[in-house]
Design a binder for this molecule. Structure first.
Ligand code: HOZ
Length: 436
């Protein structure tokens, strides 16, 4: 039972020792909407009680009851090296002793910015923020400020965080809960958001034809990992690059999931297509709350105080988060064979899964997805046709057997370097049981 409040010195302040996930969830629901701080983790779409995670190590997470799970969520991406990576942990501990937050310049933010700019050719300048949502929201503002145009193109099913202008036909939790257009978002906030279809260049061309000289940018997840996992078809990213160039619009890759995961240089490096701007998420903080946006020097020069596009934050460039990010990215940079190794594990899983089920199994790099349907999935409309009841049944068996995957059909499976062959073989056995 829970030793967490003892270990964190909170003993006596809480009476949560010995509570199960169910106890904790019931208590949580009294104080937090739906008992959670982020909707998908409420497990609503699978009709179960969420597991309260007490600790994590390597490829495993452990819940309040002490039950062990093989973790295929990895904090939604950043734990590419598994939980408690010793170098990241050490960096956090040591840096914390120097102070938790200054709201002032510190040298670690320079080190991380240099590390990224020196190694990713399309990132000439970068601004640290605190989450992927913030990164995308700010990046769009920079694109609008630079071009002097208002409209943006986003793709159905791509998820770019929860800022107003992007909660239109959004993926992830918005899709899971059947609310791809959120309540509370005004018509005015989304009237400049134009919607295109993923893997459909014609739909993008039409928007440019109808909105000549008005589109500031096209934003997408170069691999869509928030409507399940949908891969860009050959020529799609290249086609977008060309259209943007023809219209003097900016191409933005949201690499919150794919950045430093598909390759050190993310999907841009993997597919050899350079965006003008890019957004990153938690992986650049080694799992700490960090995000960033960056790209062309001329565009980034519009950002305050150099330029007129305002964006700020006390916690931006937080020293502990920067130290964690430096430790994480340095290891990835120095050990790039990791990408191939995790990729091999993931593609073994995908190949074996294809022998186990006729459902669509998709994989790329260290990301995978089992769509509970037989037809290939190219876009949001296709993904929406998945059998969510079948997903729910499978999820229940998986979690019962100690396999922790995202509690929604419309998320991805995340592999880490810590996942062992034995973990994969146990996972495949559970799937064999499910699809027998
Ligand atoms: N929107 C996240 C998945 N794409 C879930 C975040 C969370 O619950 O932590």
């Amino acid at each position: 039972m829970s030793k967490l409040d003892l270990a964190t010195g909170l003993d006596g302040l809480t009476d949560f020792h010995d509570k199960t996930s169910e106890d904790l969830f019931n208590e949580a629901k009294k104080y937090m909407p739906g008992g959670v701080n982020s909707p998908v983790r409420a497990f609503n779409s699978v009709g179960l009680t969420p597991r309260f995670i007490e600790r994590a190590d390597g490829s495993k997470v452990y819940d309040a009851e002490g039950k062990e799970y093989i973790d295929y969520v990895g904090s939604w991406g950043p734990m590419l090296l598994g939980h408690n990576n010793p170098k990241v942990l050490e960096a956090v501990k040591k840096t914390a002793e120097f102070g938790l937050s200054f709201g002032a310049c510190n040298h670690l933010e320079v080190v991380l910015a240099k590390l990224i700019c020196d190694n990713i050719p399309h990132v000439e300048m970068i601004r640290m923020v605190n989450s992927g949502t913030e990164a995308v929201m700010s990046c769009i503002r920079a694109a609008r400020g630079f071009t002097g145009r208002s409209k943006i193109v986003k793709f159905e099913g791509c998820y770019h965080g929860h800022s107003d202008a992007l909660l239109v036909k959004a993926g992830s939790g918005a899709m899971t809960f059947g609310e791809p257009d959120s309540g509370g978002v005004t018509k005015g906030a989304v009237e400049d958001t134009l919607l295109a279809k993923y893997n459909n260049l014609e739909s993008v061309k039409e928007l440019f034809d109808k909105n000549k000289g008005e589109i500031a940018c096209v934003i997408l997840e170069p691999v869509a990992a928030n409507m399940g996992l949908v891969l860009p078809e050959e020529g799609f990213l290249e086609g977008l690059r060309k259209i943007c160039d023809e219209h003097d619009s900016l191409l933005i890759f949201d690499e919150v999931i794919t950045g430093f995961r598909l390759a050190f240089g993310g999907a841009a490096e993997y597919f050899g297509v350079s965006p003008d701007l890019v957004t990153y998420g938690k992986i650049i903080g080694g799992g700490m709350p960090v995000g960033a946006y960056g790209g062309r020097r001329d565009v980034m020069s519009c950002v305050s105080p150099l330029g007129k596009v305002y964006q700020a934050g006390t916690l931006s460039g937080n020293p502990i988060a920067m130290a964690a990010g430096i430790a994480m990215l340095t290891q990835l940079l120095e050990n790039q064979h990791i990408y191939e190794e995790i990729g091999q594990k993931c593609s073994y899983f995908v190949d074996e899964m294809r022998k186990i089920t006729d459902f669509q199994v998709v994989g790329i790099g260290s990301l995978a997805c089992v769509f509970h349907q037989n037809k290939p999935v190219r876009n949001y409309e296709d993904a929406s046709k998945s059998d969510t009841e079948s997903f729910k049944r499978a999820f229940k068996i998986l979690i019962d057997r100690g396999i922790y995957m995202a509690p929604s059909q419309f998320e991805s499976i995340f592999f880490s370097s810590a996942i062992t062959e034995e973990d994969i073989s146990r996972t495949l056995n559970v799937f064999r049981e499910i699809f027998k």
